[in-house]
Design a protein around this ligand. Structure first.
Ligand code: SAM
Length: 251
């Protein structure tokens, strides 16, 4: 498990919503929220790693009751300060182990963990615990949704253990892999306008789709859908990410 308060500090939280990736585009957020709202139906939704509310806030605007778990007070405070923040229930804690209102209304119809955040759990044990925790919160026929990249090991050249993914005149970023524990640590280095250097690293544990299916099975869930992304295109051997949906069977 990472120290989310350290990696998602006040300073990181302040800049988080300026992200330049596709995840911050309105169209992508709209598709994400559309699918999650459909799966939540009339029930309640639980977001693991709710952060600054990138998804929780628009989902709540669609009329879904959303509760979020996050370890970083700084990230959550950003969400609570935004319009509609008061509608999101919040628990500060580790989403692999924190319990929220499990008994109320028979459980949640949806639990979700997006934007590669399952990889913030840096051991297989913690990732398995996270699946068990999601399953414990779900009502029968409720769904657990995970959005995560497919490990990029095919990008590692022979004899090398890192892959650069950003190279500009003032900023560089690369991932260093240790394929035994499935560690992937991302390093970001930036020269700011005033010429100062800034370096930041964050550890991840990458995880395979089939491994996630086994974690789901251990937690009593079964795969319902796996797509290439929020567009619901089929997942193929060329997919670089997946959105997977596991369902809690009606016993
Ligand atoms: C990449 S951000 C994603 C935030 C939000 N879900 C989004 O899609 O924009 C990851 C979030 O997960 C939180 N986090 C990471 N590991 C956690 C853990 N084990 N328990 C609770 N929160 C965690 C971080 O504090 C951060 O807010």
């Amino acid at each position: 498990m990472i120290d989310a308060d350290g990696y998602f500090s006040k300073q990181v939280a302040e800049r988080y919503d300026d992200g330049r990736g596709p995840e911050f585009q309105e169209e992508v957020i709209g598709r994400t929220v559309g699918l999650l709202a459909e799966l939540a139906g009339d029930g309640r939704a639980l977001e693991f790693g709710v952060g600054t509310g990138r998804i929780a806030l628009p989902l709540a605007r669609r009329g879904v009751l959303v509760h979020g778990i996050d370890m970083s007070r700084a990230m959550v405070d950003r969400m609570l300060a935004k319009p509609g923040g008061e509608r999101i229930g919040v628990s500060i804690g580790d989403f692999a182990t924190t319990s929220v209102d499990i008994e109320r209304d028979g459980g949640f119809s949806l639990a979700y963990l997006v934007f590669n955040t399952i990889m913030n759990l840096t051991s297989q044990e913690a990732q398995v615990a996270c699946f068990r925790n999601a399953a414990a919160h779900l009502a029968p026929s409720g769904c657990f949704v995970v959005e995560v990249l497919v490990p990029e090991l095919r990008k590692i050249p022979a004899g090398q253990n890192f892959v650069p993914f950003r190279a500009g005149p003032r900023e560089w970023a690369y991932t260093v892999y240790d394929t035994v524990p499935q560690d992937a640590t991302c390093h970001y280095i930036e020269i700011t306008e005033d010429g100062r250097g800034e370096a930041r690293s964050i550890p991840f544990r990458y995880v395979w789709p089939a491994e996630l299916d086994l974690m789901a099975q251990l937690a009593g869930l079964r795969l319902r859908d796996r797509w290439d992304g929020w567009t619901r295109r089929p997942f193929t051997e060329d997919s670089v990410q997946h959105v997977s949906v596991w369902e809690k069977p009606v016993s």
